[in-house]
Design a protein around this ligand. Structure first.
Ligand code: SAH
Length: 232
């Protein structure tokens, strides 16, 4: 069985969107992973298939109902389905390459996309949803966030990336940002490719790339160089 993503959303028509293109889309066509979207509104209540209601305690906006989201989840997950269940949420654990690797190693994921003000807290607890954020900003809904998460996972699946090596040197994989890239022409608008890269000396090239990766990380993301809590 290939890696299987089930996405619970009020806007299934947005998918596959970017997940249907290029590397990740080719992998979908080749059956290296599969995608199922499920319309949460199919489990909505009444004639209008209502999915949301006003927040308890007052305040602006609407909240997705626990009973509706739970019904959509229960219909999506057969009893023996061991896939992790996630909720895209700005309150969640920040998405990292480490989390993408971890999720790519599972049989797949079940993802709930929030809308409005979010989801009733009780369904998060009752169905054990793991909250994941794609950054410290607020989107209008979880769909774009779910696509980012799925794309990050799928490109790590075996056979998806052409050159197996191209996954290992990238930003974050070794705790550093990646070194700068260059390609032809050798001179462009008065800017030359650094000599070392055209020297043919593989030892010097590797050393230059390591030094550049460290320099860029120091300048732009010094937080990546600090020991993580628990690693000191
Ligand atoms: N009221 C909420 C934001 C709701 S945004 C708050 O202040 O925390 C509506 C939905 O968009 C959320 O339920 C979530 O599913 C999705 N979303 C918004 N920003 C996100 C982010 N940074 N990462 C992941 N999902 C996000």
């Amino acid at each position: 069985m290939s890696w299987h993503a089930s996405v619970l959303t009020l806007f299934p028509e947005i998918f596959p969107g970017p997940l249907g293109a290029s590397l990740v889309g080719d992998a979908l066509q080749r059956g290296l992973w599969s995608l199922e979207t499920r319309q949460i509104r199919d489990h909505g209540l009444g004639r209008h298939r209502s999915v949301d209601d006003t927040p308890a305690g007052g305040g602006p906006g609407m909240v997705m109902r626990a009973d509706v989201v739970a019904a959509a989840l229960d219909a999506a997950i057969p009893g023996d389905d061991a896939r992790p269940r996630l909720l895209m949420s700005p309150r969640g654990a920040p998405l990292t390459q480490k989390i993408a690797r971890e999720l790519a190693a599972t049989p797949g994921i079940v993802v709930v996309c929030g809308r409005f003000e979010g989801v009733d807290e009780r369904v998060i607890e009752a169905r054990g949803l793991r909250e994941v954020s794609i950054g410290d900003f607020i989107l209008a809904g979880g769909e774009v966030a779910a696509m980012a998460l799925i794309e990050a996972c799928v490109r790590l699946l075996p056979g998806v990336m052409g050159k197996q090596a191209s996954g290992e040197e990238e930003s974050f994989e070794n705790g550093l940002l990646e070194y700068p890239h260059y390609t032809r022409p050798r001179d462009w608008e008065g800017r030359a490719i650094p000599d070392v890269l055209t020297s043919g000396d593989h030892g010097r090239i590797a050393a230059w790339r390591r030094a550049e990766a460290r320099r860029l990380t120091r300048e732009r993301r010094p937080d990546l160089l600090k020991p993580k809590r628990g690693e000191e």
